[in-house]
Design a protein around this ligand. Structure first.
Ligand code: HEM
Length: 327
């Protein structure tokens, strides 16, 4: 239904006011409107550019799946960061605001967890083992957005490897904390323990940005915002559930489903295939090894001690939930 003449006149009046306030001439903008093309779907979402980005390195058809799914994941990571940045920017957010943001982030990670099947069952193993060799030393380990999500969620202290976390000194600088971060123990050589090229290149490209981000986020991470709430809001069950849910969704569920892919492709009856360049992934990836959890106050000592164990038992040993040690 079209607008009546007086409605159109009213809109022109509002436009004149808008442009006058910024010292602009409405007439020129109306000319622009007259000459501009209608927007199309493909231009709006830049479809041609988007579909030109899946540039495979080998002729194996399944590599297309591998590269596309990584790009899809990075787009979701971008949406997750978009939510977390809003939490960072909001001064004194209340429980409702945090619950909404937490649920959005968990939803995105749940989608990623549920769709990870594409990686586990959706590619031919022989093809994977071949095309993966052409991609060395690149690894999802080098996903900067994943690391940024961690920085936005919790202070660096909680990302320190659990073997040194309890012995942290109070005078640690952000730089020294950064060196102790858990993932610096990943992508190291299985035999010599030295950093692999995967890790070295990642540090070279991103360490400066990561440190800057960690400093910017000091006392302003998602967890800090939660801790600054008044006590009665912190005790809010809906908020507590949303916090716990996010912690498990990222640090246990996504993490485990991801290991499922590594196990499917990189394990053989006798040992591990060196398709990642001989990294220590088997020890590094399991959540029970890293024991990274973003919101320690939300878990009791038992739960922290057995972090990830309950889910490992359930997923890998197929034990019914009733037999699994309750957290
Ligand atoms: C067939 C599929 C996959 C396999 C076999 C696989 C394998 C691995 C392995 C072995 C590692 C340990 C580091 C290394 O040794 O390189 C790793 C780390 C990682 N991968 Fe994957 N990956 C797969 C898919 C993905 C996808 C789709 C993403 C999404 C971006 C991803 C993101 C990551 C991240 C963020 C880490 C670091 C985890 C941490 O620090 O806890 N991976 N992956």
């Amino acid at each position: 239904m079209g607008n009546t003449k007086s409605e159109v006149e009213e809109k022109i009046r509002q436009l004149e006011e808008k442009f006058r306030l910024s010292g602009q001439d409405l007439g020129s903008y109306l000319d622009g409107l007259l000459y501009s093309r209608y927007l199309t779907y493909w231009d709006y979402i830049e479809l041609d550019t988007l579909l030109s980005l899946q540039k495979t390195r080998t002729h194996f058809p399944d590599e297309k799946i591998f590269i596309s799914y990584h790009q899809i994941t990075e787009l979701y990571f971008k949406l997750i960061l978009h939510e977390l940045e809003q939490v960072f920017e909001k001064e004194d957010p209340d429980a409702d605001f945090l619950v909404e943001k937490l649920n959005r982030v968990s939803r995105y990670f749940r989608i990623l967890t549920e769709s990870f099947d594409v990686m586990i069952r959706g590619m031919d193993r022989d093809q994977f083992l071949r095309f993966r060799m052409s991609l060395l030393p690149a690894s999802g380990f080098q996903s900067a957005q994943y690391r940024m999500i961690e920085f936005f969620c919790t202070p660096v202290e909680n990302l320190i490897h659990n073997s040194v976390r309890d012995r942290l000194r109070s005078d640690n600088t952000p730089e020294s904390l950064y060196e102790l971060i858990y993932w610096k123990r990943g992508a190291t050589d299985q035999v010599t323990g030295e950093k692999t090229l995967t890790l070295k290149q990642f540090e070279e490209k991103y360490s400066h940005d990561f440190l800057e981000l960690a400093n910017k986020l000091r006392h302003r991470t998602l967890y800090d915002k939660y801790l600054s709430l008044p006590a009665h809001q912190r005790e809010d069950q809906v908020l507590r559930d949303a916090m716990r849910h996010l912690d498990v969704t990222i640090n246990v569920n996504w993490s485990l489903i991801h290991i499922g892919a590594a196990q499917r492709y990189l394990m053989k009856k006798k040992g591990v295939i060196a398709a990642t360049g001989g990294t220590n992934w088997e020890e590094f990836l399991p959540p029970s090894f890293q024991r990274i959890l973003f919101f320690p106050d939300l878990w009791n000592e038992q739960e922290k001690k057995h972090w990830g164990k309950q889910w490992v038992d359930q997923m890998f040993n197929n034990k019914p939930e009733s037999e699994i040690e309750k957290n």
